[in-house]
Design a protein around this ligand. Structure first.
Ligand code: FDA
Length: 539
């Protein structure tokens, strides 16, 4: 194994023109004393933080673009899977595990965020966290924000390349709807901006997942205006207090109400006075004042019984702290969003679904009963509508624009027993299966950023395209076909792959391009560009 390390180091040293003793500081073999802490720093699901979890042969932590290019070029001749990790929040750990020998390229050192207030834009690097992005915007403006995820430790690299959304999605759409430019390293080690990569590849990394196409270095994004005062609230109801009716009605209001209002619905089994029941919680952000949202919901959703005392007015940045479960958001030091050592992650599992038509009241009752029976797993309903429905389904790879809402299946646990783990994972499968009649079909939808290997994996053998179609159509619908063409054009040798990456076209379908066995040759310098132009125009 040490010979792999030695030859890799030699190659990096040559390509970056840096002495081996220097470059060795960013390359960690398993015998390096820092290996375990570097590996664990960005494992955000404790399910994959066990001694039995497969470990990478080498971890590379680049400090510059040239290190990334060299890492790609030096890994290509070796027979290792090349995993890319930014924030490490992949729900099924695909950025840092593999059942084949693998390397990890960890981008956590590439974390610059530069905000241009005059232009209302920001360049944000792949290794930055969303908390850092929000903090740096807040430093310069209290009336600009960015519509991305609610968890501050999520990494830019995975989140943005996989589409991204947060609690301003009804007003501003997806995170990927705000990209102006991007930078990535392709399979030839070239650093490309939007102009150099072309509109197809730029489109692909605007929601199609970076890991299939190259190493994303960062995005230039358009910031959005936010009011000086926003309102947040959280209101709970148990079944006995009318949770079924409130949830039923919410389905008609959440996706249709004022775009400034995002009302997430959490459904969880709980025990109250020794009785098992369901708690329905509405957690909301309103881009405006408390009085206005109270009177709006008094008309549209009286079942929620929202009162002014349930609401707190604050700045948009403080609302990001509040959504991160900081009850005293208005008193919290903004610098907590710069803290990367919050790793209290527990084992967990997520799945996703999309709903096209409201679930009937009888369906809600049976769903609640099923969840009480299962006992642990919860559901998170995120309403769409508003800006989401105004954007074409093929504007980005993310196709689920016209859905009423997305469901996240969510279960976390504390115990380390393998038997209990099996049980919790099974709850997720059982509930997903139970929901079949209520959710989107042909294909059943899923959200890439809620990674779920249960819906299919790819071993990149002879059936790679067919295997890829299974999960690919669920994540991308019709956009899957364009993603495959782009993938085949820019990475025909499938260097950038993971268990759910976009497959290349089967050789027989590559009209006008060379026969099998030539893929390696194409991936030499300049090859991708030639193939790209052939494929994108011929197919
Ligand atoms: P990670 O580093 O694990 O990467 C995820 C995937 O992207 C992997 O396949 C990886 O190879 C690839 N990748 C990462 N960096 C890359 C790069 N630079 N170039 C190419 N490929 C790269 N989502 C959401 O939309 N809204 C939300 O509010 C939340 N909230 C949330 C909370 C918590 C606690 C978790 C754990 C997750 C979320 N998510 C989410 C999901 C999140 O968006 C998703 O897991 C992202 O892919 C995480 O990006 P990271 O860079 O952190 O992950």
């Amino acid at each position: 194994m040490s010979s792999v390390y030695d030859s890799f180091l030699k190659c990096l040293s040559e390509k970056t023109k840096t002495p081996q003793s220097q470059i060795a500081k960013i390359v960690f073999s398993q015998s390096n004393p820092s290996y375990t802490s570097v590996l664990r720093a960005y494992i955000r699901n404790a399910r994959f933080n066990k001694s039995s979890t497969p470990k990478p042969t080498i971890i590379i932590t680049p400090l510059s673009e040239s290190h990334v290019s060299a890492a790609v070029l030096c890994s290509k001749p070796l027979d290792f899977v090349f995993k890319i990790r930014s924030g490490g929040h992949d729900y099924d750990g695909l950025s840092y595990i593999s059942d084949k020998p693998f390397f990890i390229l960890d981008l956590s050192n590439l974390r610059d965020v530069s905000v241009d207030i005059a232009e209302q834009t920001a360049w944000i690097s792949a290794g930055a966290t969303l908390g850092e992005v929000y903090y740096h915007i807040w430093e310069k403006s209290k009336v600009l924000g960015f519509p991305a995820g609610v968890c501050p430790t999520v990494g830019v690299g995975g989140h943005l390349s996989g589409a991204g959304y947060g609690n301003m999605l009804r007003k501003f759409g997806l995170t990927a709807d705000h990209f102006i430019d991007a930078k990535m390293v392709d399979v030839n080690g070239a650093v490309l901006d939007r102009k150099a990569m072309g509109e197809d590849l730029f489109w692909a990394i605007s929601g199609g997942g970076g890991g299939s196409f190259g190493v994303v270095l960062g995005y230039k994004v358009k910031l959005v205006p936010v009011p000086a005062t926003v309102t947040v609230f959280r209101v709970e109801q148990l079944m006995a207090a009318g949770a079924v009716d409130m949830f039923h009605k919410w389905q008609f209001v959440g996706p249709k109400t004022d775009k400034n209002l995002f009302m997430r619905m959490l459904i969880q089994p709980v025990t109250r006075n020794k009785v098992k029941t369901i708690r329905a919680t509405v957690v909301a952000l309103y881009l405006g004042k408390a009085d206005d949202v109270v009177s709006l919901l008094d008309k549209e959703l009286p079942e929620l019984a929202l009162k002014k005392e349930n609401c707190t007015e604050m700045t948009w940045f403080q609302s990001a702290l509040w959504w991160d479960n900081r009850v005293n958001a208005t008193q919290t030091d903004p610098k907590v969003f710069l803290d990367r050592n919050l790793d209290s992650s527990s084992p967990g599992k997520r799945k996703s679904d999309y709903v096209e038509t409201e679930i009937p009241r009888s369906g809600i009752v049976s769903l609640f009963n099923k969840m009480i029976e299962l006992g642990k797993i919860g559901l998170v309903f995120n309403p769409y509508g508003g800006r989401m429905a105004e954007i074409a389904e093929d504007a980005t790879p993310f196709p689920h624009r016209n859905m009423l809402f997305k469901i996240q299946y969510s279960v976390n646990w504390k115990e380390s027993s393998p038997e209990l783990e099996k049980g919790y994972l099974n709850q997720a499968k059982v509930l997903h299966s139970f929901m079949t009649g209520f959710v989107s079909k042909n294909p059943r939808g899923a959200y890439l950023n809620y990674r779920d290997v249960d819906i299919g994996v790819n071993d990149h053998g002879e059936n790679s395209y067919k295997e890829g179609e299974v999960y690919g159509r669920m994540y991308f619908g019709k956009n899957f076909d364009r993603l495959v063409k782009i993938k085949t054009a820019v990475d025909p040798g499938n260097f950038f792959r993971n268990e759910q990456s976009i497959p290349t076209l089967p050789i027989a379908k590559r009209t006008g391009v060379p026969e099998q066995g030539t893929a390696k040759r194409w991936s030499g310098a300049g090859g991708a560009t030639v193939v790209a132009s052939v494929l994108l125009h011929v197919i």
